[in-house]
Design a protein. Structure first.
Length: 182
């Protein structure tokens, strides 16, 4: 069984929402020639011809692409994207400050070259990574008075090996941030 098959939504769940199993969807899309059109074309085809919601049209399309080797792990239309999240024992405003304040950020990130493009106090930060082309979307969530969660999505990475490396990088950095916040 492939890695995709072990991690995708179960046949039972997909059938209850779409009236078809994965193998039925794969057969339908193979017969429709879905290996050639773009992702957008396939999702649109499913949406228009099978009356699925936009979310389920995307889910079926992405799973098909992964199953048929047309899309690899972390791949998106604009490159690869990885995400990591961590719950920390600190308030959301303190957590936000660890990211927003240049002097504090350098203590746990070991660099100060990210360029913040947009920030919403205690909610989110959008930034350009030090390479000047990949992007960060950082979201903050309150988990009580003294706990909060940070979710980092690093996108537009052009090489899968770099995406895998950045996922590990962010896991380590968020752990370091968690240690610093306690």
């Amino acid at each position: 069984m492939s890695e995709v098959a072990t991690k995708r939504i179960s046949d039972r769940a997909v059938k209850s929402k779409t009236k078809r199993t994965w193998n039925e969807w794969f057969s339908i899309l193979d017969e429709a020639g879905a290996k050639v059109p773009t992702h957008k074309d396939v999702a649109s085809y499913i949406y228009k011809n099978y009356n699925l919601s936009p979310w389920w049209s995307q889910m079926v399309t992405v799973t098909y692409e992964k199953e048929r080797g047309l899309r690899s792990k972390y791949q998106r239309p604009d490159g690869y994207s990885v995400s990591v999240s961590k719950v920390l024992n600190c308030s959301v405003d303190k957590l936000y400050n660890y990211w927003a304040d240049d002097k504090v950020r350098i203590r746990w990130l070991d660099m100060n070259d990210i360029k913040i493009k947009k920030a919403k106090q205690d909610k989110s930060i959008t930034a350009t990574w030090i390479d000047g082309r990949t992007t960060l979307e950082v979201n903050f969530y309150k988990k009580g008075d003294s706990r909060s969660q940070v979710a980092v999505q690093h996108s537009k990475i052009m090489v899968i090996e770099e995406a895998v490396r950045m996922k590990l990088y962010w896991k380590k950095r968020l752990q370091r941030l968690a240690n610093m916040s306690e």
